[in-house]
Design a protein around this ligand. Sequence first.
Ligand code: HEM
Length: 410
Amino acid sequence: MFTWEFASDPYPAYAWLREHAPVHRTALPSGVEAWLVTRYTEARQALADARLSKNPVHHSESAHGKGKVGIPGERSANLMTHLLNIDPPDHTRLRRLVSKAFTPRRVAEFAPRVQELTDHLIDGFAGRGEADLIHEFAFPLPIYAICDLLGVPREDQDDFRDWAGMMIRHGGGPRGGVARSVKKMRGYLAELIHRKRETLEGTPAPDEDLISGLIRASDHGEHLTENEVAAMAFILLFAGFETTVNLIGNGTYQLLRHPAQRELLQKSLAAGDTELLTTGVEELLRFDGPVELATWRFATEELTLGGQRIAEGDPVLVVLAAADRDPARFPDPDLLDLTRRDNQHLGYGHGIHYCLGAPLARLEGQTALATLLTRLPDIRLAVEPAELRWRGGLIMRGLRSLPVEFTSER
Ligand code: HEM
């Protein structure tokens, strides 16, 4: 499991696990042993279970398993105190503070910028009749969007593009380059935050960007420390980048493979209707979501899940991609149905760690797919599906490249 060959179609294996071993202990490629949870009911239960901690100190192997769980480089770079590594009450406090700055309203106000970025990227290849949608579209869009939202100056954004590129190319692979990129990003963010804090001091002006908003956010007189702001900015970049690349990549790929569904969507977009776009992006997340497994959880005490005894310190991985194809929850789960309404998928997780960036991800996904299908209406795959290569990591699943053809825009 978790090789690229497996990543090209993991669903039959997940169906087998759901049926025969829904809570299954296995050795991961790193050598760490973990429980895989593949049925919807147990997956949802595990995501909301307070006995399953996000803090790697609870891992039974944390002493000698050091560096095997978590994001490469984050440990040394002092970025550990972010939302995905902590439990209440620290999590509650940090999440409340960040939620004050990262509001649905801020995201909604950002919509024109996402549209502008999307059009600008499509302008880059629309006259050429062919493109690699991962490199030229799905990859740059989220990184520029998050940089803009955070308040990273435009002239520095290409550095982020390079660092993020290193992470995405080597995610799950050699750690050295990734750790170096994390370190550079961390250094840059620390300096940027420091500069912004100095200029903000004493100015009553409204928050102009998310980092300024995070610096200013206060809760009962409490503020985030500079290090907490840095860890927060970092996790927003990290959690919001590859996920969105894969939403756009996997989503476009599935639409190109399901012509009737794609035609339905194109008709409704042409009629100015956005309802199918909304339900459709949710369905694409359920059907072929970017996050294969939710991030690590560790049992703080012995517990039973799906009839299995999980010992204190054991890692638990909830396989979102398997739960979201569970026939016990979704009728015809292997059918892509953009009109599906009863669609409480786990693609954004569940419980207190539910994706903070979901409104931004939805905005980017909907804008990207709608604009692509509207501007390049006859877009099609330029290679056979079997020729496509998938990036098989542990947490994420997405295409390495997506070559397409279309009639050039004049
Ligand atoms: C958490 C998925 C985009 C920020 C999560 C979790 C999932 C997820 C499954 C929960 C992980 C767990 O419980 O172990 C996705 C998907 C996205 C996406 C599928 C795109 C399609 C974004 C974006 C941002 C973001 C754009 C921000 C810019 C976060 C943060 C958390 C999180 C900060 C941690 C929340 C917490 O622990 O309280 N996401 N995400 N995500 N996501 Fe997203």
